[in-house]
Design a protein around this ligand. Sequence first.
Ligand code: MRU
Length: 358
Amino acid sequence: MSSELQQVTHIDNVRLGDDEKSVVIIDQTQLPNRTVYLTLRTPQEMYDAIKLLQVRGAPAIGICAGYSIYALARQWDITDYAAFAEKFHEAKEYLNSSRPTAVNLSWALNRMEDVVKRSSGKSVAEVLDLLGKECRAIHQEDIEMCRKISEYGLSLIKDGDGILTHCNAGPLATSRYGTALGPLFLGKEKGMEFHVFSDETRPLLQGARLTSYELQKAGIDVTLICDNMASIVMKNGWVQACFVGCDRIAANGDAANKIGTSGVAILAKHYGIPFYVLGPTSTIDLNCPDGDHIPIELRDESEIREKWYAEPMALSEVKCYNPAFDVTDHSLIAGIVTEKGICRAPYTESLAALFAEK
Ligand code: MRU
């Protein structure tokens, strides 16, 4: 693997602090201009890091939350199990309220709390030891899942293909290779070349700031386009597949991802281009029957009106609607690529089968 590729795919985006009482993240809001590491110690710093997208991308949010609650628990001076479990629950609820759409957040926090619940009768020191193992396991499993997703995703494309992606589902948002970008990094490692179109992804520009940064740094051919240019590159015949990540997949295959994703899927259908959603099984929520039940985060109006601009680009009194995610209807999805394989329609059956397997 070239050193450029290694640097991108092995970036330390989220890790436990050496004291195990803090979490260290790359501040994704500073990229691509500055690589700044933040050390999170307080519940508020951890909550804000997720809320403000300093750490973002569904799997990375889950990993950060797992490390965060462990780091907090290590700081408490509590020896009584019941008091520890109660404080743990409060901290969990607080962190869980930072962002609503990515199910990986509650998935990781519930996994951590299950460790506490299963440990009644053990000393707090023993519980802490188990929690340390669990948050590291969440991270390690994500590394393995991303690698497998990348392999399955790579089987869907061929050397020389044009791929369109939206938002950022690469190493910064996950672990190592990423999900939607994983097949491209893996293909590059194997000597394949792809032509990637990266939607800039208004309003927070994850595609411009993060996806084009990761791909360019790794030596992958990437062209940055504004979101409203997806149609023309598809019409020109430059796109053979769309690869996107996901924040929550409902039981029927409806998939929530960054705002604008469903528009890409509709365009892809029009031009006869397969549209794939790539994500770990930790992003599948079988308790959620369909996309109408996925909570959609609404963010501050200023992100549309003034963020990134030297001066506001709309009157301050203009109303803005700023949903952070949309849901792509399952009928538009050619396949859902997970670490356990590629699910095809009917998704109600193929997704349920993933969880039925031992
Ligand atoms: O608001 P963000 O930047 O956290 O949104 C992220 C996405 O929509 C990603 O595509 C998704 O979380 C998958 S990351 C592997």
